[in-house]
Design a binder for this molecule. Structure first.
Ligand SMILES: [Fe+2]
Ligand SMILES: [Fe+2]
Length: 155
């Protein structure tokens, strides 16, 4: 089934950022492991796996809509230099992806591609209710209990 060009162009752009998110979580989770922050490592490794699922859903849908997903346009992962910077960069990326998802879903409704919208709805739910919520909680915790205590809780 041939998809709408605007929807497909926006899905390619989304794919570029989901691929970057996957690599950013991969980098951050490995750095946390090296720092002995095992809990942060495990959590971000789980996020990385979810980003792969997002990429999977987008790529499968693009192929179904007779587009060729381009894996060479990936956005640049923003690797942070310390824990706060890493969590802030992750949050920035997730907020950006949530905006892209909402914009594509709006276009999907305009062209009545309701199935693509429903597929993207699952990604939006993960992005807002899981990733963004968790990252905001961590940054709040650091403010509330201090970095020293936070780091101790993540070993
Ligand atoms: Fe994602
Ligand atoms: Fe995410």
């Amino acid at each position: 089934m041939k998809g709408n060009n605007e929807v497909l162009a926006k899905m390619q752009n989304l794919l570029n950022y989901e691929l970057a998110a996957r690599d950013q979580y991969l980098a951050h989770s490995r750095i946390f492991l090296d720092w002995g922050l095992t809990k942060l490592h495990e959590r971000l490794n789980h996020e990385m796996e979810e980003e792969i699922q997002h990429v999977d859903a987008i790529v499968n849908r693009m192929l179904f809509l007779e587009a060729e997903p381009d894996f060479t346009q990936q956005a640049k992962p923003e690797v942070g230099g310390n824990v706060t910077e890493m969590l802030e960069n992750d949050l920035k990326g997730e907020v950006m992806v949530a905006e892209l998802l909402k914009d594509i879903m709006k276009t999907c409704e305009e062209v009545q591609d309701f199935d693509t919208r429903d597929i993207l709805q699952v990604l939006l739910h993960d992005t807002e209710m899981d990733h963004i919520y968790w990252l905001e909680q961590q940054l709040d915790l650091i403010k509330k209990i201090g970095m020293q205590n936070y780091l101790q809780s993540q070993m």
